[in-house]
Design a protein around this ligand. Structure first.
Ligand code: RAM
Length: 970
C-alpha cells in the first residue's frame, strides 16, 4: 500500500478560520508520502457552501497541472457574508499516484460590507456613570429566543478592551480583545460561534469594558485618552432557526449599564478588583437590573471595521512558582523561575475585605531585594479584595505584567510562608503556531535559545513590542525588523505581521515617512533602520511564506518610504540628514550616550540601499518592470556614492567600527578588494577586542552572518561561545531567562544599568537566533524561490566547541530538519525534506567514497545527484528523511582543553570520577553540581580543586581514553 495524503489544510494561515472578511481567501496544504522525492504534479480543489458532501460545488478548479500547494487563491463566485465554505483537496504526484480527497476543512465569512452592521455603538449614560471614571463598565441585555435555533454567531468589538459573556459563561478564550490597531483607521471585530451557549426562551448577554490601549495611560505619565475618552461596545448576534428565519440582536440603547468589581484596570498599571462589588448573575437571565442605568448611542470616529486579522491573544502556558522567600528588606516574594509576561492567578480563602496586593518585577538586585526601578511609571500592581465566601479564585482581566518575581502583601498567613500551590503564572501572548526548534549540546547556548523564544512570547502580544514591563511596551519598528528573521523560525508570524503591516501603512505619513512606533502613539518618525521596517518586514514575510499578497498590499508603502529617503539627502544618493537613532545602545557609544560610534550617515545610506534593493526585488516579483528599472538604477547610484563617500580608494571604511564593517558586508555595499578588506578588518577588530562585540541594535543582528559570509565563520563561533562581558552567554551566566535590552543590563559588579531605560525582556539582541538556525544548524533557502521550495541544508560545525546541533522548522510545505552530531570518529547528519520541495545538501569535509546514507554507501543508493567539491560533498535530493554518516576528518575534531564542554568527553559523572582520581579528598557530592558545570575548568572550580597545567593534561588524557573507548564500544 502506498501513502500519499493531503493534510494540514489552512486558509489564510489558519485552520478553519471563523469570520474572515477576505474576498479571495488563500488555501495551503501539506502532503505526506512514503516515497522519497515526491512532488505534486497536479491538484484539484473543491469548495462548497452547501453541504459537507460536495454533491454540488461553489467552485471546482478541476485538475490543475501545477506544483503549487501554498496560497492558492479562491477564484469562485463572490463570497456571501456569514457563510461557511467547506473545501477539500486532492493531488497527483510525480509517481503517477493520486491521493484520496483530503479531510474537509472550512472557512467562514464574517460581515463583508459595512451595511451589514445593524448594531450601534453604546456606552453608559454619562448622567449615570462618569465616562471618565476608572471602574470597568458592565453592559447587559436580556432577550428571548424561539425554539428551533440551529446556529448562532456574535460579531462585535469594543473600545478599549472587552470581555463578552452569555448566560453566565465567558464567550471565547481570547484576551485583550479587540487587540491593538490604529483604531480610528482600522478596528478589528471578532466572531464567536455561540450556538452551544444559547437556549430556548430567556437569555442574557453581558459585556465588560475597560480602558486598554484605546484610552488608558500610554507612553507618558500624563497621557490618556489617546484615541478617545469613551469606552463603547458594538455587538451583533445572529440567530438562525431551522425554518431558515433569522433574528438579530444588537447593541442599542435598550441595554443597561453599571459598574462592577473592577475598580481600575490598565495595561501598564495592573488591576484593582473588589470582589465584594461583584454583580452575581449579571450575565444570566432574570437578573434584577433595576438599579442599573441606561445606555446611549454614540458616534465613533472609526473609518474601517476589519475582521480579526491576527491570531488571538490567549493564555498559552501555565507556570508554577518555583520558590518563595523573604528579602533583606522584609518583602515576601514569589519566584516564577522565568521572566514571563502574563498574569498571576491566585486562590485564597480569607475574611471579607482582605486586601491582597501583587507587585510584579523582573529581577532581584545585588542586595537581594526586589527591583522596581526599571518599570519607570508602570505600576504593575494587582489588588484583590476578598468577598469572604469560601475559596476565591482571581486573575486580572485587562492588563498584563512582565515579571519573574512578585512581591505579595496581605495574603492571609503569609508570615508563615506563602502556599505556592495557590498561585500560578498564566503566560499570555498572540497564540501563534510554534514552527521552530533549535537545540545543541551546549547547555548555555540552549538557554540562550530559550531566552530568545521567551523574549518573543513576551513581546508578541498582538503587536511586536520592545518591552513588556516598563511604561513603554510599544511597537518599535527597528526592534521588529531586526528580530523578524529569528521570529519567523520560532513561530508562524504570517497573520501577526500582516495585521501590523496594515497599521504601519495606515499610520505612514503622507510624505512616506514612517513613525518610530506602530501603532503610532509616540509621534516620532524617520530614522534609518527604524523606518526600514516598511520594506524589510513585508519582504521577510514573502521570503518565508511565499506570501505575494503581503508584498502587493505593502508595495506602495515600501515605495513611499524609499522615495521619502530619496528626498532627504543633500545628495540624492546619500542619506546624510535628519535624526537617526544610529547604532542604538552599542558599547562604543560615548559616556552617557545611547548612540554607538558608527557614523549615522553611514548607517543611513546603507539602509537606504538595503530598502531600495528590497523594493527593486519586490517589483520584480510583482512584475512591475518600470520600477525594477528605476530602482536598479537608484541602487547602483547609492552604492557608487556610498563608495565615494565612505570607502577609501584602497578599500578602507571611514567609520572604523565593528558595526560599519558588519553592515557594509552584509548589505553588499563593498565589492572586490574592498569587500575582502572589510571582512579582514572586521575580523581584526574582533581579535583586538579579544573576540568581544561592541555592536548595538544595528550591528548585532548581522555580525555573525557578516562574519560567516566574509569567510570568518570561526570568529562568529567564538563570539557566540564567549561567556564573559559583553556577550550573549554573559547574560545567560548572570541568570537571564529572557534577552536584555543592554549588553550590561546587569553589570559585572551586579549593579544595574540606569533606571531610565533598562528592560530585561527585549528581543533585539535575540536576533542571533537567525544565524543559529540558518548557519549553525544549517536550514537555509535558495532566495530565488520563496517559502523554502528550494531548501539549502548546510550544517556548519567548523570551529564549534559543541558536538551536536539540531534545528527543525515547520515550513509552508512541511517539516525541515537539519541535525548534526560529531564524535571524534564520525560525523552524522540527519535531514528531513518536505514533499513538493527539493534540497541541496552540503556534507562538509566529506569524501564521497566514505559517506554512508541509511547505513549504505551513498554512491550505491537512490540519491543520484551528488558531487565532490572542495567543501565536501554536495547533493540534490527530493523529499524524505536522510541519515548520513562519514569519517570525521582530523581537521574537524574538537580539540580538548580545559574549556571543552564535558559533554564532548563523555558524561558528567565520568568526568567527576576522573577529577576525583587526580584530586583526592573531594568531599562534595558531585551530583548537586551536575547542572552547573559545563567545562572541566568549571567543574574543577566548583569542586574547589586547584588544577595545574600538568594535572589538566593528565585529566584530559584520561577523559579522551574513556571517550574513545565509548566510541569503540558503540
Ligand atoms: C527604546 C527601546 C527601543 C528602541 C528605542 C529607540 O525605547 O530601546 O527598543 O527601539 O529606544
Amino acid at each position: 500500500m502506498t501513502l500519499l495524503n493531503v493534510v494540514a489544510l489552512t486558509c489564510e494561515y489558519r485552520k478553519n478560520p471563523l469570520g474572515i472578511d477576505i474576498k479571495r481567501p488563500r488555501i495551503s496544504w501539506k502532503i505526506e508520502s512514503d516515497r522519497r522525492g515526491t512532488m505534486q504534479k497536479a491538484y484539484q480543489l473543491q469548495v462548497t457552501a452547501n453541504d459537507r458532501d460536495f454533491t454540488t460545488t461553489t467552485w471546482d478548479t478541476g485538475v490543475i497541472q501545477s506544483d503549487e500547494s501554498i496560497h492558492i487563491e479562491y477564484g469562485g463566485p463572490e463570497l456571501k457574508p456569514r457563510t461557511r465554505y467547506f473545501y477539500r483537496v486532492k493531488i497527483w504526484d510525480n509517481f503517477d499516484r493520486v491521493s484520496e480527497w483530503s479531510e474537509t476543512a472550512w472557512w467562514e465569512t464574517g460581515l463583508l460590507t459595512s451595511d451589514e452592521w445593524k448594531a450601534e455603538w453604546i456606552t453608559p449614560d454619562p448622567d449615570g456613570i462618569d465616562p471618565l471614571s476608572e471602574p470597568a463598565f458592565l453592559l447587559r441585555k436580556e432577550f428571548t429566543l424561539k425554539t428551533g435555533m440551529t446556529s448562532a454567531r456574535i460579531y462585535g468589538t469594543g473600545v478599549g478592551l472587552y470581555e463578552l459573556y452569555l448566560n453566565g459563561e465567558r464567550v471565547g478564550d481570547e484576551l485583550l480583545a479587540p487587540g491593538w490597531t490604529s483604531y480610528h483607521k482600522r478596528l478589528q471585530y471578532q466572531t464567536y460561534d455561540v450556538t452551544e451557549q444559547l437556549q430556548n426562551g430567556s437569555n442574557a448577554i453581558g459585556v465588560m469594558l475597560a480602558d486598554g490601549w484605546y484610552k488608558g495611560n500610554l507612553v507618558r505619565e500624563d497621557n490618556r485618552n489617546i484615541y478617545g475618552d469613551r469606552r463603547a461596545a458594538f455587538f451583533q448576534l445572529h440567530v438562525t432557526y431551522s425554518d431558515g428565519t433569522e433574528e438579530v440582536i444588537v447593541t442599542d440603547n435598550t441595554w443597561k449599564a453599571s459598574t462592577g468589581p473592577i475598580l481600575f484596570s490598565e495595561i501598564y498599571h495592573g488591576e484593582t478588583y473588589d470582589a465584594r462589588l461583584e454583580k452575581e448573575g449579571w450575565t444570566l437571565p432574570n437578573f434584577n437590573d433595576q438599579g442599573w442605568i441606561g445606555t446611549i448611542v454614540q458616534v465613533m470616529p472609526i473609518t474601517q471595521m476589519v475582521s480579526q486579522e491576527n491570531v488571538p491573544t490567549r493564555v498559552t502556558e501555565v507556570l508554577k512558582p518555583i520558590d518563595t522567600f523573604v528579602t533583606p528588606a522584609g518583602d515576601t516574594i514569589l519566584d516564577m523561575g522565568q521572566n514571563m509576561v502574563g498574569r498571576i492567578r491566585l486562590k485564597v480563602k480569607a475574611p471579607v475585605g482582605t486586601r491582597i496586593v501583587l507587585k510584579h518585577a523582573e529581577v532581584i538586585d545585588k542586595d537581594g531585594n526586589i527591583y522596581f526601578g526599571n518599570l519607570k511609571f508602570a505600576k504593575q500592581t494587582v489588588e484583590y479584595i476578598t468577598k469572604g465566601e469560601g475559596i476565591e479564585i482571581y486573575a486580572p482581566h485587562f492588563t498584563f505584567q512582565g515579571f519573574r518575581y512578585v512581591k505579595v502583601q496581605g495574603y492571609p498567613g503569609q508570615e508563615n510562608g506563602l502556599p505556592l500551590e495557590n498561585f500560578i503564572g498564566e503566560v499570555i501572548h498572540s497564540d501563534m503556531e510554534r514552527t521552530g526548534e533549535f537545540e545543541c549540546s551546549d547547555p548555555l547556548v540552549n538557554r540562550l535559545q530559550q531566552n530568545i523564544v521567551w523574549g518573543q512570547r513576551g513581546n508578541f502580544l498582538d503587536v511586536p513590542t520592545d518591552c513588556p514591563q516598563r511604561s513603554e511596551r510599544l511597537g518599535w519598528t527597528a526592534d521588529a525588523q531586526v528580530f523578524i528573521p529569528t521570529a519567523l523560525f520560532n513561530y508562524n508570524g504570517g497573520p501577526f505581521f500582516t495585521k501590523w503591516l496594515r497599521d504601519l501603512k495606515a499610520d505612514q505619513l503622507p510624505d512616506g515617512n514612517v513613525p518610530f512606533v506602530i501603532p503610532n502613539v509616540e509621534g516620532g518618525k524617520g530614522s534609518a533602520a527604524w523606518g526600514d521596517a516598511a520594506t524589510i518586514i513585508p519582504w521577510t514575510i514573502y521570503q518565508t511564506y511565499g506570501d505575494k499578497r503581503v508584498l502587493a498590499e505593502q508595495f506602495d508603502s515600501m515605495k513611499a518610504w524609499v522615495e521619502y529617503i530619496r528626498r532627504q539627502g543633500k545628495n540624492e544618493y546619500l542619506w546624510n540628514t535628519g535624526f537617526h537613532f544610529g547604532d542604538w545602545l552599542a558599547l562604543d557609544a560615548k559616556e552617557n550616550s545611547f548612540v554607538g560610534a558608527t557614523a549615522r550617515d553611514f548607517i543611513a545610506t546603507v539602509f537606504y540601499a538595503h530598502s531600495t534593493r528590497i523594493l527593486r526585488d519586490a517589483a520584480e516579483v510583482l512584475g512591475k518592470s518600470g520600477e525594477v528599472k528605476e530602482y536598479s538604477f537608484l541602487l547602483d547610484k547609492i552604492i557608487e556614492q556610498f563608495n565615494l563617500e565612505f570607502v577609501s580608494p584602497s578599500g578602507r571604511l571611514v567609520s572604523p567600527t565593528q558595526t560599519a564593517h558588519v553592515i557594509a558586508l552584509m548589505f553588499d555595499m563593498v565589492d572586490g578588494k574592498a569587500k575582502e578588506r572589510t571582512a579582514y578588518e572586521l575580523n581584526q577588530l574582533l581579535i583586538q577586542n579579544d573576540y568581544h562585540l561592541n555592536t548595538g541594535f544595528v550591528g548585532t543582528p548581522y555580525i555573525s552572518l557578516a562574519l560567516t559570509k566574509g569567510g570568518y565563520h570561526e570568529t562568529a563561533v567564538k563570539l557566540l561561545m564567549k561567556d564573559d562581558f559583553p556577550s550573549w552567554l554573559y547574560q545567560v551566566k548572570k541568570g537571564a531567562t529572557t534577552v536584555w535590552e543592554h549588553w550590561d543590563s546587569i553589570k559585572q559588579d551586579g549593579s544595574f544599568w540606569s533606571d531610565q531605560m533598562n528592560s530585561f525582556n527585549h528581543y533585539a539582541y535575540g536576533s542571533i537566533g537567525n544565524w543559529m538556525y540558518r548557519v549553525v544548524a544549517g536550514i537555509d533557502m535558495d532566495t530565488a524561490v520563496p517559502a523554502y521550495k528550494k531548501i539549502k541544508i548546510q550544517p556548519n560545525f567548523a570551529g564549534i566547541s559543541f558536538t551536536q546541533a539540531k534545528a527543525a522548522f515547520e515550513s509552508m510545505y512541511g517539516r525541515i530538519l537539519s541535525s548534526w552530531n560529531l564524535t571524534n570518529e564520525t560525523v552524522e547528519i540527519e535531514v528531513e525534506i518536505p514533499v513538493n520541495t527539493t534540497a541541496e545538501i552540503l556534507l562538509p569535509k566529506a569524501n564521497l567514497a566514505d559517506v554512508l546514507e541509511g547505513n549504505k554507501p551513498l554512491v550505491s543508493g537512490d540519491i543520484h545527484s551528488y558531487l565532490e567539491i572542495k567543501e565536501g560533498v554536495r547533493l540534490t535530493v527530493g523529499s524524505g528523511f536522510y541519515h548520513f554518516r562519514y569519517r570525521n576528518e582530523s581537521g574537524l575534531r574538537p580539540s580538548f582543553t580545559e574549556d571543552t564542554p564535558i559533554i564532548d568527553f563523555l558524561d558528567y559523572m565520568e568526568a567527576v570520577a576522573v577529577l576525583e582520581k587526580f584530586a583526592p579528598g573531594i568531599t562534595k557530592p558531585p551530583a548537586i553540581f551536575s547542572t552547573k558545570a559545563r567545562s572541566l575548568k568549571e567543574l574543577a572550580e566548583l569542586q574547589e580543586v586547584n588544577l595545574t597545567v600538568d594535572k589538566v593534561k593528565a585529566i584530559i588524557g584520561e577523559l579522551k581514553t574513556l571517550a574513545l573507548e565509548a566510541v569503540l564500544v558503540e
